[in-house]
Design a protein. Structure first.
Length: 295
């Protein structure tokens, strides 16, 4: 409160030395601090860099549950926000706090914005990030969807399946790679053809460490195995990088029962009637005895 009162008194003086500062805390624990002042600022035990070129647009704030939003722009830099980290998704959902402060006395400051980083675009060596307020979390869908397929993610708390069991995941070094999404392995044996389709590829080393890709195709040939991702994974992968391949799940009840023996945790509703059932009507060729329509 004293900090805010000090800033308000400074603003009321008529001659001000005010700037902005932002701190970003990524999900992997990495912290960044930026300021639009022409010199670095230090407060709260942290240093906010002035050479990042980061600027922010006017903040739109509303009453009620509407989402506060603004945008920030800056130059891509290996010392601050790098293109490789953006491509890897390391800034997605990062927590951001924006300060308005007196640069002559940083202890006089207020929090002008709290939220997360949304969509990030890149062009011409620069980036632009959408900043979303705290009420953005209230816009997320809640509850269960009643559908035939399972909505759980293989291996999460709802699924309950342990992917560390032998035969359902493997760690192996990349042998060949093309288009940054088609990986080749000559020595990967012991897994059926298409075993990893619809599964995950997790990068464990190299420039893409921590990045996750979804497997589109997994085929076994005489010369070895080819694993294809749905899209370019982002950071440049190299032969020798260690990756983890996880078994794929197509969300069907049959797959859950036969491939993973996990049907007790199946979260879908395989017997739910389809749209055709809504328009069906009795015919003389059917048994109209009031019994179940599910066979």
């Amino acid at each position: 409160m004293a900090r805010a009162q000090g800033l308000y008194a400074h603003l009321a003086s008529g001659t001000t030395t005010v700037c902005h500062a932002w701190e970003i805390l990524r999900k992997d624990g990495v912290w960044f601090g930026f300021t639009d002042h022409d010199a670095d600022l230090s407060f709260g035990g942290q240093t906010y860099k002035a050479n990042s070129g980061l600027t922010a647009r006017a903040l739109q704030q509303t009453t009620g549950l509407s989402v506060d939003n603004t945008e920030a722009a800056g130059a891509l830099s290996d010392l601050a926000v790098s293109e490789a980290d953006i491509l890897a998704g390391r800034f997605d959902g990062a927590i951001l706090t924006g300060w308005q402060l007196n640069w002559a006395n940083p202890e006089e400051r207020i929090v002008a914005f709290r939220g997360t980083i949304g969509e990030i675009t890149r062009a011409g060596g620069a980036f632009q990030a959408e900043l979303r307020g705290l009420t953005e979390a209230l816009n997320q869908p809640q509850g269960r969807a009643f559908q035939r397929s399972c909505p759980a993610v293989l291996g999460d708390a709802k699924c309950g399946f342990d992917l560390s069991q032998p035969g359902f995941a493997v760690e192996i070094a990349i042998e060949t790679i093309s288009d940054n999404r088609i990986l080749g392995f000559a020595s990967l044996a012991g897994f059926e053809d298409r075993w990893f389709e619809k599964g995950r590829l997790v990068v464990l080393s190299g420039s893409g460490e921590g990045v996750i890709g979804i497997i589109k195709n997994d085929r076994v040939f005489e010369a070895g195995r080819k694993v294809e991702l749905w899209q370019d994974i982002g950071p440049k992968l190299q032969p020798g990088d260690l990756v983890r391949l996880e078994a794929g799940c197509d969300k069907r009840d049959e797959t859950c029962r036969l491939k993973f023996a996990n049907f007790l945790n199946f979260r879908g509703f395989p017997d739910i009637p389809g749209e055709d059932w809504l328009t069906s009507y009795p015919t003389s060729s059917q048994q109209n005895n009031g019994g179940s329509l599910v066979r």
